[in-house]
Design a binder for this molecule. Sequence first.
Ligand code: MN
Length: 276
Amino acid sequence: MKILLTNDDGVRAPGVWAAARALRQVGEVFVVAPEMEQSGVGTALTLHSAVKAAPAPVDPGLPAGPGHIEDGDALHPVVAYSVAGTPADSCVLGLESLVGAVDLVVSGINAGSNLGWDVVVSGTVGAAIQGYVRGYPTIAISVGAVHNPQFEGAARLLRLLARRLSQAPASSGFFLNINVPSIPPERISGVEVTRLGHRSYAESVREEGSGTDKGYRISRNRPVSGDPQPGTDIWALKRDLISITPLGIILGHREMTPEIEGLVSGLSAQLLDRPD
Ligand code: MN
């Protein structure tokens, strides 16, 4: 099994290497990830300049180039690239050039949850989308803490899922957004297949400086309170459940069609019969 591993926290982030160690027991792992942290850049692609990619150390502290990751007593060869671009750039370069076709695309393990409507802002999900649109089985995976994240539960889950997929390959591509509580695995309550909740984090804006130095700092640090609906990803994570949400790329909202037909009714006659 060939696995492309990417993320938005950067190629040196501990989460991607926790995933690499877990997945190396199931298949051949290729890490292609941004040189710098890129959380929150969503699906952004670099289209107006060339994107550089260079061999990266498989462990921060080791020299760049193909290397090995330790796994108990075993040493596993891993190839890693550092991309001077976005998470989505990294996934595209991996699949189209540096690595080629794979059996599984994984983005993560992200430090911090990606729940509900946050998936459209998330660089972790933004990278994964590039796997899904190419028809690959794709997993975006995050743990619910930015500070002192505990990756063990998420890494174990990844290994188990990858093993299942290597034994019984999926008949078609799919896209899973997984959120794992950042707690020791033995305290996790279970696994729940969920649907996306609504808004989970809101922005706050702080003014900084004055005169020509004046700026506005945007932070996504306000959890939107309220009781999350049962069955949603937000609800599951609050209950210390692992949330697995199947995603598609459907932003259309058919329920709104009648109301919008009312809004535009007669508009084409008005538009085509302009008095000027
Ligand atoms: Mn991130």
